[in-house]
Design a protein around this ligand. Structure first.
Ligand code: 1HN
Length: 358
């Protein structure tokens, strides 16, 4: 009887399909994919990019690709084979190469962007008039809709990691892009002004806090980040990440951007962290050292210069079996996930059971 009812229902559903379509309506069809899964199922794949593969590719880009006018950059995108575009389903990561004497022209867009300098120094970026030097290990922000151009006066190619929340912006159908009439902005009289005011992280100009959630600090120099990480190594370790700190908005303690979070992490020799899984995606860049990350039972042995993108809700843990510290820079989409109420995480308890984290 139940079977017959299902059959009738199936036939009725199929028959309804065409009639409903005329009115821009539909009912679930028997062969439609299930609406919900018990836990997140992602088409995104966990991907490991090795520096030994990336380096010759970057070399080739530098030799063969010109910087065209019209807002283009010379970038090697880290593409996720499980997705139509992007490194993860929320952000795009690319390695940008700039050659001596080049100018990357002035433009702005809705996507939030930041740069983490991988190799070299001598380039400057101007963000809404504020000019910043870029040195290896620095983090420099280009928040949504701020004008930005880059210029380079060095003598060997310089590279940095660019991350933009392009996939999220596209999913929200909020793409705006504007190319400036001028190649470059005219920088303000005082360079580096937001770092001068807010960059200590401890003190800032007196008076009321800047209103709104916008982060007034645009540059996070390596020396301060590394000193902070060094100091943090003195307190008990984080069970999942060993020594880890987040870059923050100095005026409200929140993430540096509304959609993406960045962290710097040290894995000390001999460490083997506890496994965890979470919603949202992240990308690691290995600043120095080597180690291993086990993701859903698969082992990824990484070295300096490598990247590892981790898909949502995948168990992962880190090991450092070497005799030296490993340092990882991380970008994730947790601020966006948390703001929407979609951030969840779970730890693997010692007894093999799962423990939901607060
Ligand atoms: C972009 O505007 C920059 O401004 C870098 O330097 C990388 C990747 C995709 C789309 C726009 C930049 C980018 C990008």
């Amino acid at each position: 009887m139940a079977e017959q009812q299902t059959m009738v229902d199936e036939a009725a559903r199929r028959a309804l399909k065409e009639d409903l379509a005329k009115f821009n309506c539909r009912v679930q069809q028997p062969d439609d994919p299930l609406l919900f899964s018990r836990t997140p199922q992602s088409a995104m794949e966990t991907v490991h990019w090795k520096w030994t593969d990336l380096e010759p590719l970057l070399d080739r880009l530098g030799k063969q690709l010109a910087l065209e006018p019209g807002g283009n950059r010379r970038t090697l995108r880290l593409h996720n084979p499980g997705l139509p575009y992007g490194t993860t389903h929320t952000f795009w990561a690319s390695i940008q190469m700039i050659l001596p004497g080049e100018i990357a022209s002035n433009h702005r867009h809705t996507a939030n962007a930041f740069r983490f300098i991988m190799k070299g120094s001598g380039a400057t970026t101007t963000v809404n008039g504020e000019c910043y030097p870029m040195h290896e290990g620095d983090l420099v922000l280009t928040p949504s809709m701020m004008w930005h151009d880059h210029e380079y006066h060095g003598d060997t190619p310089m590279i940095w990691l660019d991350v933009l929340d392009i996939s999220l912006m596209r999913a929200m159908h909020a793409t705006f892009f504007e190319q400036s009439q001028e190649l470059q902005q005219k920088p303000d009289q005082v360079p580096d002004s937001s770092r001068r005011r807010y960059g200590s992280g401890l003190m800032s100009p007196p008076g009321p806090r800047p209103s709104g959630s916008a982060n007034p600090l645009l540059a996070y120099p390596r020396a301060i980040a590394e000193q902070a990480l060094e100091q943090a190594a003195g307190v008990p370790a984080d069970p999942f990440d060993d020594v880890v700190l987040e870059y923050r908005n100095p005026t409200n303690g929140g993430p540096v951007m509304s959609t993406m979070g960045m962290r710097l992490q040290k894995l000390r020799p001999g460490v083997h962290t506890q496994a965890r899984r979470h919603t949202g995606s992240k990308l690691y860049y290995v600043v120095r050292g080597r180690g291993t990350t086990i993701v859903e039972g698969q082992t990824y042995d990484w070295n300096a210069g490598d990247f590892l993108a981790i898909k949502p809700w995948a168990w992962h843990e880190h090991l450092n079996r070497s005799t030296e510290d490993a340092q990882l820079f991380q970008v994730n989409d947790f601020p966006a996930m948390s703001a929407l109420g979609y951030y969840f995480e779970e730890a693997l308890a010692d007894n093999g059971g799962h423990q939901k984290l607060p």
